[in-house]
Design a protein around this ligand. Structure first.
Ligand code: ZN
Length: 167
């Protein structure tokens, strides 16, 4: 089951919840459906509604300011759209630009998506040491980006333009 994106009353992406949780929020009048899956419906005893892809909370929720989206390997792959930073082919691994052996950290700015072959070839060297220039610089997603990235590429592309824009 796909997760549902939850928007704050102010339309900012807030989090994702399971489809079932999203339906409960709607049935409890805590949220309204902003966008539904075109062909998927939630059916129950007294229930038949389109499966919500995006819901918006009716009341504004104050969230503590987060400076950084939490780093994750999956997040790096999604941020880089599963494209290898060294050759542009499909990436399945995460490479540390400055290798951990040389003090490189698990961080957005020090990690890129990489194909297994290039990851192996680069080994514990920096791009300069390995003679493998980066096709693009790693960047730090905003928390709102990270939320949208977490939804996966298909959902991201299906979202309305105003929502897919980074905050
Ligand atoms: Zn590669």
């Amino acid at each position: 089951m796909r997760d549902t994106l939850v928007l704050n009353a102010s339309f900012e992406p807030l989090s994702t919840v399971t489809l079932n949780r999203a339906v409960v929020l709607v049935l409890q009048d805590k949220a309204v459906v902003e966008q539904a899956h075109p062909e998927l419906r939630m059916r129950g005893a007294a229930l038949d509604i389109p499966a919500p892809r995006v819901i918006r909370l009716c009341r504004y929720v104050r969230v503590p300011f987060r400076r950084q989206a939490p780093w994750s390997r999956r997040g790096v792959l999604v941020r880089d759209r599963h494209k290898c930073a060294y050759c542009g082919r499909r990436a399945t691994t995460v490479d540390h630009v400055v290798p951990r052996a040389q003090g490189g950290q698990d961080s957005w700015l020090n990690t890129v998506a990489s194909c297994a072959e290039d990851n192996h070839r680069k080994a514990a060297r920096t791009p300069d040491q390995a003679g493998m220039p980066l096709l693009r610089r790693p960047f730090e997603p905003t928390p709102a980006d990270a939320m949208l990235l977490a939804l996966g590429r298909d959902d991201l592309e299906a979202l309305p333009e105003w929502l897919a824009q980074p905050a």
